[in-house]
Design a protein around this ligand. Structure first.
Ligand SMILES: NC(=O)c1ccc[n+]([C@@H]2O[C@H](COP(=O)([O-])OP(=O)(O)OC[C@H]3O[C@@H](n4cnc5c(N)ncnc54)[C@H](O)[C@@H]3O)[C@@H](O)[C@H]2O)c1
Length: 438
């Protein structure tokens, strides 16, 4: 099939390359000329394992190309996949301006029956709005299908190739059949396509992310309780999560969830529910707990060293919102670093891949270094914000030697079972390690 993928970010680039890999002819288009220039020159503008090879292979096979000309790409395609950003606006609701701008272009450009797939995460009712918008600009037949994306950054290529399920919200059989044909090659073992109405498909995406965020805020609150009552959050997590009805995934205590999806999608679902006169009590608490959790590591630091951190130096390991990505959107590290710098501390930070993306979002005084031990040099404390594999088994003797004081604040409980007290460290985790006064 001939496809235009509008928006070549984390979702669009993976989906575009993935569909090209199945034999479709895909044009990836974006309004960001620098991004398209990079892609045309064979450079991948984001860090995503396996994506570089997938893009290169399909560009070489002439199935994947890139351009800034959205209109031309749309005109030549049977399927237009919308994967533009839907960030939170100032009121916390999803900003749909990019989606609507693409709808306008689609309305102006199409010349024959076209299926428009909305892959961006969009609030309930957006399919109707996009349909109206396009219909206002063309007499040509088209269908708008809601097709939310569930990939995880860091494992996006694998998730695209082997999705748990594909959700299709469609009103027309014709569109449904075409979209089914697009996805069936990924489901040779068993068909995992869930067909529903567009509103249900739109809501499904928010429910999935909100539920995962709920698990994280729940275990975080329990970890904080563990500290108060003298229990070990790792043991409690394992004990409760080993129940097959509960499970251990998305059930790690930590310094809060971040990223480009959970925070904004939770805010949007809260806004949708308010709008419809049914405020979601549990989800409101999920959001509040997460805001508190992002402040927790810095609170632990000041509980240990005092509110005034002038003259103190801290190493921060890990800036990206999670391992295996360079995405810094709403990363908990940003809150931690801002609080430490705000209290007067000097900060040296390390991240294996997100340094460049992080620079613009960090206070200018923060030094970004290439080596994690260099970050720790002369530090009064080490704060771990992201559980990159490379941090999991450090040379603790060397680390101790580098630091002025051997104090670790572990926001991901990476070292919960490393016996750090015996190795001479003062260790504070999330619901594990030494407790600090409330
Ligand atoms: N990142 C994820 O893990 C993930 C997972 C599932 C769903 N989603 C959803 O997918 C959508 C895209 O997310 P992302 O992380 O890929 O965002 P992104 O910011 O990485 O990419 C969006 C791209 O769209 C481009 N763009 C914006 N407006 C445009 C326009 N009018 N015309 C052409 N291009 C335009 C931007 O330049 C950018 O390259 C969002 O709705 C997001 O919520 C993201």
């Amino acid at each position: 099939m001939r496809m235009a993928v509008v928006g070549t970010g984390y979702v669009g680039l993976v989906a575009g390359a993935g569909f090209a890999n199945l034999g479709n002819t895909v044009r990836g288009v974006d309004r960001d000329a620098a991004k398209i220039e990079a892609l045309q020159a064979g450079r991948i503008p984001i860090f995503e394992p396996g994506l570089g090879e997938l893009v290169a292979r399909n560009v070489a096979a002439h199935r994947l190309s890139f351009s800034t000309d959205v209109e031309a790409a749309v005109r030549d395609s049977e399927v237009v996949l919308i994967a533009v950003g839907t960030p939170s606006g100032p009121d916390g609701r999803a900003d749909l301006s990019a989606v609507m701008a693409v709808a306008d272009l689609v309305g102006a450009a199409i010349r024959a029956y076209t299926v428009v797939l909305i892959k961006s995460t969009v609030p309930v009712g957006t399919n109707d709005r996009v349909t109206e918008r396009i219909a206002g600009r063309t007499k040509v037949d088209f269908d708008v299908v809601s097709n939310p994306e569930f990939l995880k950054e860091g494992a996006a290529v694998a998730d695209f190739m082997k999705p748990d399920r594909v959700v299709i919200g469609a009103r027309s059989e014709r569109a449904l059949e075409l979209v089914r044909r697009l996805y069936l090659p990924l489901m040779r073992t068993a068909e995992r396509i869930l067909v529903m109405d567009p509103r249900s498909a739109e809501l499904t995406k928010y429910v999935a992310n909100s539920y995962l965020a709920t698990r994280i805020s729940f275990i975080n609150e329990i970890a904080n309780l563990c500290e108060r009552v003298g229990a070990d959050a790792s043991a409690v997590r394992a004990g409760a999560g080993s129940d097959s009805r509960i499970g251990l995934r998305y059930f790690f205590p930590g310094c809060g969830y971040g990223g480009s999806c959970f925070p904004k999608d939770v805010r949007e679902l809260l806004g949708t529910a308010e709008q419809y006169g049914l405020p979601l009590q549990i989800l409101g608490a999920v959001h509040r707990v997460n805001e508190g959790q992002k402040a927790l590591l810095a609170r632990k630091v000041t509980a240990r060293f005092g509110a005034d951190l002038h003259g103190k130096r801290f190493a921060v390991w890990g800036l990206a919102f999670k391992p295996e990505t360079d995405d810094m959107r709403e990363a908990p590290s940003l809150a931690v670093v801002a609080a430490l710098v705000g209290a007067g501390a000097e900060v040296r930070a390390h991240d294996p891949v997100a340094r460049e993306c992080a620079r613009a979002q960090l206070p200018a005084s923060v030094r970004l270094v290439d080596d994690e031990y260099e970050a720790a040099r002369g530090a009064d404390g080490l704060v771990v914000c992201t559980e990159w594999q490379g941090y999991r088994t450090p040379d603790f003797a060397r680390l101790r030697g580098e630091m002025r004081l051997p104090v670790i604040f572990d926001g991901r409980n990476v070292y919960a079972k490393c016996g750090l007290a015996e190795l001479g460290f003062e260790y504070y985790g999330i619901g594990v390690g030494k407790a600090l006064p409330a």
